[in-house]
Design a protein around this ligand. Sequence first.
Ligand code: SF4
Length: 723
Amino acid sequence: MATHCCYCGVQCGMYLRVSSDGKVFGVEPRDHDINKLKLCPKGVTAYQQVNHADRLTKPLMRDRRDEPLREVGWDTALDRVVSEIRRIQQTYGRDAFAVYSGSSLATEKCYLMGKFARVALGTRHIDYNGRLCMVSAAAANKKAFGVDRAANPWSDMLESDVIMLLGANVGECFPVATQYFWGARDRGAKLITVDPRETPIARTADIHVPLRPGTDAAFCNGVLHVVEREGLLNEEFIASRTTGWEQVRTGLSEYTPERVGQICGLDPGLIEKVGLTWGRAAKAMAFHARGIEHHIQGVDNCLSVINLCLATGQFGAAGMGYGTITGQGNGQGGREHGQKSDQLPGQRMIEDPEARAHICRVWGITDDELPRAGTSAVEMVHQAEAGEIKGWIGICNNPMVSMPDSARINRGYDALEFHCQIDFFLSETCARADLVLPGTSWAEDEGVSTNAEGRVVKYNKASEPPGDARPDWWIICEIARRLGRHADKFAFSSPRELFEELRVASAGGQADYSGMTYERIEETGGIFWPCPAEDHPGTPRLFGERFHHPDGRARFHAVEWRPPAEEVDRKYPLRLTTGRTVAHYLSGNQTRRIDSLVQQTPRPWVEVHPSLGFANGDPVTVTTRRGSATYPALVVSSIREDTVFIPYHWAGRVAANLMTVDALDPTSRIPEFKVCACRLEPGSKIDEPPAPPVPPGVAEYPRVGGLDREEPSAPQGRGTGRG
Ligand code: SF4
């Protein structure tokens, strides 16, 4: 069955192999435009989720939090969720019930989650887990360009002379995208990487900039200072296509290479070199990911990269452009159609009267019935802790692992009077819920997904859900029908029907999908939005002649570097940064159950510079103001002396987010996952990662076979503590 990978924002094409009795048993890469027959370690094992022994096959419920979950029938489960929603909303008001959704869901489901929250529940509290991912880039794109999408298809990279990659560990987080960066290098492009760690792709760069975490905006301003000083601006582009340059220019005098070198912990000569390399390029592109976005200055960091691209006129042709690399498979589509707290379908803003009027017409409700903007994901948990939010439905997310300052997140969920979670594996968050509803994996349903380029691709159904598991859209529609508030507006019987309504809802919006059909997407291999008519070819490259602000011009934004929320001091002298590793995906709820991935990377580690005096495998206790855990050391010269790194995919005692800070960007409300102050001490015993939770009746981990094999040697087995 032709489909796409369920994991990262590359969205590689693949075939799922299906037996004659309808079971998915393997995968083959597809010669699709995106990945050209390549898949990464996660992609080649993704199919193993489908018939996994841990799959949730029945609704699970408990009456009290100190009881174990027990299997119940669908009627019992749905009656419980409906009665709890009614009780909580009648007692505390509509906004006391919250919905927290996910961006690994197909777009039809994302659309449905927004409609469900606002129409069936009438709550303003809906947000999604892209809030932990790329919302800083989204906000910066809107501010600068008037639209939130990458400017180019990735194939444009092959025409570029210089590519700058900031805070993006492409080789591990988006492995198959590496082919575009290396393809450009093979044709003579220079690759510049900016990252506190010399990541796999940084090892192949022409220039690597190992800056201090939390100093990205200062670095970009320093590069722009050099470009401006050397007369390398594109004055004609600035004059004809932008506004706001003079305010930026005025502030640049402060960002001399010498001062920036001090802020960033860099040789000023490196800033000069990057400025000259970027400024002299005829065609240049910049890409970034979470490394610069997960900061209290995440939006400004992205704007400082955009300033660099605008000042040199790098838009409108192949080889020139800018983009963010989305982390989740449907990170782009998931934020376009109404599950973000401030947006409605089509990337419309919820406080815009015209946008509200359009969506009210499509949904058949009045403006009074459509809630206003809500709060962000982490803030909703904090509101639960404060007693403002009492009930919660979560789908396709695992905040016990993925949200910052886990102790506080636990307190928020503890305070809920009712918590329902929908998933296809029993995540750590499901395991503590009052009610767990078994949904479907991506292989058991059809729908569309939008990759990091803005290309809409199609997932196809390869098999039936196991046991009594049900499609996620069916579960949500069934709750809405039973609740009764606008029940007639949830009479969907397939993802196709949802997509047809989404097309109408998105029409005329920025993310306009109205000209797309399932058939067209399949025939073309993917359509780039906007696509406003069925004879429209889609829009692979944006900003050729105009940007999306009403006057057609892009906006410069003057950016002033600010220090991170937590500065180092004598007690916490190092910077902790967190991120991903190639074998695992996000909170690990899927990948920590796949034997080959667990064998490749069985546990987290702490990556430290040799100057800190530890040996490989030493137990090292990492402590921040919020928590502490002991990891095996991985001693590498590819990280800064003042920085340590922990991958965040694991739960319990070894969860990196026990230690991260929950300070938020004032605009995007993204947490500062990428820097907080810490200290290291020799530990006595390495903390063990807990086994993933399993449903009642399923054998506990570790199972016989698979995991008892010899652990591999470095680099795949890094951090195993075996020296
Ligand atoms: S690069 Fe991303 S989309 Fe492609 S196979 Fe790997 S995880 Fe899947």
